[in-house]
Structures are given as C-alpha cells and as structure tokens.
Design a binder for this molecule. Structure first.
Ligand code: SF4
Length: 340
C-alpha cells in the first residue's frame, strides 16, 4: 500500500465481510420538543475486505463512516445484517466471546491524543494492551514496547515522555503502536491522517504501507478526502448518508466515476492531483441531510445535478455495472457493461 506500490490481494475469501449491515439508534427523548428520532447511521452496507488489501472508505463528515468503522471491529453493536471475520459470524457475539478476537481486530483513530491518558508515559500507554490481553512478564513487555517503538519510528528515549510532548504525527505513531501491540490481522483506520499537515500525512501513509508489508496487515482506511484514498487503497467505496453508493478499484473510481456524488467528491480534490476531464461543473452544495429524516428515494437527489422525477421516489439499489464495480444510481455516469 503506497502511492507507488500496492500489494496484491492474496486470497479470494474475504477476511472481513459485512452483509446488509445496519446500525440504527434513537436520539432525543420523549420529553423534548422534537421527540425521539431514529437515526439510520449505517443502512444496509455490503463490503468485503480481502487478505493483504487496503480498502478505502470515503465520504463527507456525518455520512456514517465512523459508525461503520466501529461496527466493523465490533466496538459497537450491530442492529441487523451480519459481520463475518475469517469466515466466522461475529455479528452478535457477547463482549466476553469477543475478547479472544479483540487482538486481531484493531482500530486507529483520528485523534490519538483523545485516547491517550495525559498523565501516563507513552511507553506505559503502548504496554497497556499487552498487560490486559497477554501473560507476558514485565521484562517481555518492555522488550515488546521497544520493538513496537522501533516499528513505528519512535525512539526508546521517547517512551519515557508524556503525550503532550509529542507532535501530531508522533502521537499518531503512538496510536499505531498501541494498535499493533497484539499483532492484529486487520486495522480499521478512521481518518488517521485527517488532522495532520500534508507532509506529515505522507509520512504516516508511508508508515502504514511499510507496516502492511512487514506484518501482513489488511486495512480498512477511512478518509473524507479522495486524494488520500487514492494514495492508499486498491479498492474503495464511497459512502453517502449511511449507504455505499459506489464501489470500484480506486484507479477506476478516479478515472471514470459512475455516481454523481463520486464525481462531485473528485471535483473537490485540488488540481493538479485530478484528471481535468473529471473536474466538471459539479460543485457539491449544502450539507448532507439529517440522517434522522433522510430524503425519500435517492438520498442524494436534493444535491444531484442529474436528478429526475424517479430519483425522488425510488431508492436506487447498489448494482453491479462491470466486474468489481457497483453503483447505486438510476442514471449512472457510465453505462453498465453488457451482461452485468
Ligand atoms: S439516482 Fe438520481 S438523484 Fe440519485 S445519484 Fe442517481 S441520478 Fe442522482
């Protein structure tokens, strides 16, 4: 995984698979003026992560990406649908039953600082998962922390410092070291570079790539910026208001987006990182609608330059239009290949 070198997908069986996954929750109260509302944060998502792959997930803030991320590692319960990990159904496993699986499914967050206790030394913070989930001795834990520090490009001396003494990029390295401590198979990275300067972003993206190669990791990599997704992933899904609207190999997604929303996201990427042919008139106006009261029909129709009457009443389903390529749109920007 990197701008220049992306690993091959190693096997045909998905390592992680979501089928019609939904996460709904209730907000508000009976006593409030607006009453209770049901938010469909994730609404029927199908996706597969293959071994050795980096799967990109992109969409605006509030589209449900983070909720989906937490469902994929079972940090949140799932309302309906299913989640398979290594061929096993983990949709409804209890906290206790999930415990042996936790080390293999890890998350990296956008703001590692928020999850790092400011009063504890970084070396101790990295050691925490080892103390909770393993029976290693303190000598073995110290050795493992040294190994993890080296893997993420931090020094032993830095392990004695406190989180506030680190830059944003260094803190993200600490977050990654914690995620790696228990030798996971999958890392779900939720906007891990969004808060960083562009030059630091590149360093962290390269670190993810190096680690993938060394440790045989598979990633779900989440961003709101398509140019980041293009650098890191081999396949990507575009999410809008709780649903996936397009899935394709990342290069294809960029070269010829099929969904009007994908094209609008590409238009928002600064030139010259985007083919001029794709920088057309789609300026994405307004904010995404409230997920507690989404538009009827196609949820994108109030913002879509291509909307027709049918779009306001009939919700388009995700359908395959070419090998490895699916779109949820009545009038996609490219035609379906014959036989798809
Ligand atoms: S279904 Fe209609 S409104 Fe929705 S993206 Fe396609 S053209 Fe636009």
């Amino acid at each position: 995984m990197s701008a220049t070198q992306k690993p091959q997908v190693l096997a045909a069986t998905p390592l992680l698979e979501a089928r019609a996954l939904t996460k709904h929750y209730v907000v508000g109260s009976r006593l409030s003026r607006s009453g209770k509302k049901l938010v469909r944060a994730v609404d029927g998502v199908d996706l597969q992560l293959m071994t050795g792959e980096t799967f990109g997930l992109v969409g605006e803030s509030g589209c449900g990406k983070s909720t989906l991320a937490r469902c994929l590692v079972r940090l949140q319960s799932i309302t309906s649908g299913s989640l398979m990990f290594e061929g096993r159904d983990i949709t409804s496993l209890s906290t206790r039953a999930l415990r042996p699986l936790r080390p293999r499914l890890q998350m990296v967050f956008q703001d590692p600082y928020a999850s790092l206790n400011p009063r504890r030394r970084v070396g101790n913070l990295i050691a925490d998962p080892l103390r909770v989930h393993t029976r290693l001795s303190s000598v073995q834990i110290r050795a493992r922390v040294a190994e993890l520090a080296d893997l993420v490009g931090l020094s032993l001396e830095q392990m004695e410092r406190y989180p506030h003494e680190f830059s944003g990029g260094q803190r993200q390295r600490v977050g990654i070291a914690r995620a790696l401590a228990l030798s996971p198979r999958i890392i779900v990275a939720d906007e891990p570079v969004s808060a960083l300067d562009v030059s630091v972003q590149a360093q962290i993206i390269n670190l993810f790539a190096d680690l993938q190669e060394k440790l045989d990791l598979s990633y779900v990599f989440i961003a709101h910026d398509l140019s980041v997704i293009r650098q890191v992933s081999t396949r990507a899904a575009v999410m809008y208001l709780g649903a996936i609207v397009e899935i394709a190999p990342t290069a294809t997604l960029y070269a010829s987006p099929a969904h009007p929303y994908t094209r609008a996201l590409i238009s928002a990427v600064p030139a010259p990182s985007v083919n001029r042919a794709n920088r057309q008139r789609e300026i994405l106006e307004g904010d995404p609608p409230d997920p507690a009261s989404p538009p009827t029909g196609c949820r994108f129709h109030p913002r879509c330059f291509k909307a027709e009457a049918r779009c306001g009443s009939e919700r388009p389903l995700l359908r395959q239009i070419a090998p490895e390529r699916s779109v949820a749109c009545h009038f996609p920007l490219i035609e379906a290949a014959a036989g798809s």
